[in-house]
Design a protein around this ligand. Structure first.
Ligand code: ITT
Length: 193
């Protein structure tokens, strides 16, 4: 049996780790941050990417209860772009580039899609999927968070993610909902004590 502090989140992104940790702390669980360099495959499906990542990381952390997560922003007026290319697109054209591409597009609907993989043991894992609908703003707003936060307004709010504190973003966000589900699963299956 593993201890409550024996759960690992494998990510290169400090913000993702901080958001996930805040959710886990609501359940009395804590997360350890591990940054393992895995060769990223370019694939048009997030689920294939997450399973690949989980498999590759299990070769290194096979005895650990670990989580990996893969997320994309899908914009309706851009036919789902940047989607699985979110990381590359953020680094290359950023929020400003997205706003430029959307000039003249009235349908601002978009969603964040997140997959999380919880690796249990011996190639046994559980995959979680969360989708959060929202809109792309007309300008960048807010200073918190990271990535596309300044231009994404989740349904039910008039603020962008970047105008929210970390904890408020977690109440609305794809990652907040994803890690809530993972934490509940860990506790209901008594995977830690
Ligand atoms: P990993 O090491 O965990 O893969 P990453 O930053 O590459 O970290 P993802 O592949 O999950 O994360 O996400 C792809 C991109 O989508 C990421 O670089 C951000 O630009 C954007 N993104 C993901 N989650 C986001 C969030 O909560 N808010 C804003 N943008 C986000």
């Amino acid at each position: 049996m593993r201890e409550v502090n024996d759960i690992y989140f494998v990510t290169g992104n400090r913000h993702k780790f901080e958001e996930a940790s805040e959710i886990f702390s609501r359940y009395g669980l804590s997360l350890n941050w591990v940054n393992v360099d895995v060769e990223e495959i370019q694939n048009d499906s997030l689920i294939d990417v997450i399973i690949w990542k989980g498999y590759e990381i299990s070769k290194i952390l096979s005895d650990k209860l670990f989580i990996v997560e893969d997320t994309g922003l899908f914009i309706k007026g851009l036919n789902g772009f940047p989607g699985v290319y979110s990381s590359y697109v953020y680094k290359s054209i950023g929020c400003k580039g997205i706003l430029r591409l959307m000039e003249g597009i009235d349908d601002r609907s978009a969603y964040f899609l997140s997959y999380g993989l919880l690796y249990l043991k011996d190639n046994v894992f559980k995959v979680f999927r969360v989708k959060v609908d929202g809109y792309i703003s007309y300008e960048e707003r807010g200073v918190h968070g990271f990535g596309f936060d300044p231009i994404f307004i989740p349904k039910g709010s008039d603020k962008t993610y970047a105008e929210m504190s970390l904890s408020l973003k977690n109440d609305f966000s794809h990652r907040g909902k994803l890690f809530n589900r993972i934490a509940k699963y860990i506790l209901s299956r008594r995977l830690v004590e």
